[in-house]
Design a protein around this ligand. Sequence first.
Ligand code: NAP
Length: 306
Amino acid sequence: MGRKVLVTGATGYIGGSVAVKLEQAGYHVTGLTRTVAGAEKLKELGISPYLGTLDDYESLIRAANEADIIINAADSDHIFAVSTILSALEGTGKIFIHTSGSSVVGDKAAGKISSLVFHEETIEPRLEKLARVTIDRTVVSSANRGVHSVVICPTLIYGEGHGIHKDSIQVPWLIDLALEHGAALHIGKGENVWSNVHIDDLVELYLLALEKAQAGSFFFAENGEASMKSVCESINRAFALGLKTKTMSLDEAIRRWGPEAAHFAFGSNSRVSSTKARRMLDWKPKGISLLDEIENGYYKNKYKRE
Ligand SMILES: NC(=O)c1ccc[n+]([C@@H]2O[C@H](COP(=O)([O-])OP(=O)(O)OC[C@H]3O[C@@H](n4cnc5c(N)ncnc54)[C@H](OP(=O)(O)O)[C@@H]3O)[C@@H](O)[C@H]2O)c1
């Protein structure tokens, strides 16, 4: 039998996509889920369900002990879960891949562009992102305590997921908003830029990291970038909503999505480079571009079907 992998977030967009690909690649995958319905659906995908939550201590330790490899893709910000998993893994040399997110380099630009492009060693988090960055740094440094730790830090992920939950966050939310208002909306001028990555390329990066990454490594995952305005123009074209995008104030966005998402998922810049993953893991992302996926690919077809 292949090596045993525990995936948290296995019913989700990232975790589900990774879990399905690992199963296909011959790993024996166990997926954490909080619900019986989730467990039933995981079984249908050939993934062994493990009922529990990230808050459980003994149960999560037991699941980590039973696995050879642990991938945390349920919640980038759950300090207790990461701490529990690290307690179970210390001194074992087991691989632990933790999923972060590139809002760690986010600013509060409210739609204005920034020229700053970050790489793995230049992250200087704002106060709001300190907790996430502290988790990431703790995972990286657990390599000194006998954990083969890796952090993967995806940017804006797009494309159809392979598991139960097929959709990411930012693009579907923008499309829903556009269809509601008759035109796509960005915060302020929408000149703020996000790096992005196709879900298929991201999954490939997890598989490569599992096989090749050194203990204590951190990788950004991007394969291009786009301004929010250009994403909105693309949504307008895809759904024949005219040429003009609309603008929303930061406070309108906060009322709709809350401050975290308004500032750090829609109004900010999050520009990073994945040179390290390409160089060290020989990662060769090849997914279609974000704008192409919106106008000619998954998003256009999905909303036609619904
Ligand atoms: N999507 C992106 O573009 C992106 C980019 C960078 C970073 N991230 C981060 O990556 C993480 C996963 O994102 P995603 O898009 O894959 O989310 P998702 O589709 O919502 O999946 C998350 C899964 O985690 C499980 N989960 C959540 N809280 C849990 C808890 N307390 N205990 C046990 N399981 C729990 C849920 O499974 P059950 O309901 O079955 O328990 C859910 O299906 C998030 O923290 C997100 O912020 C996402």
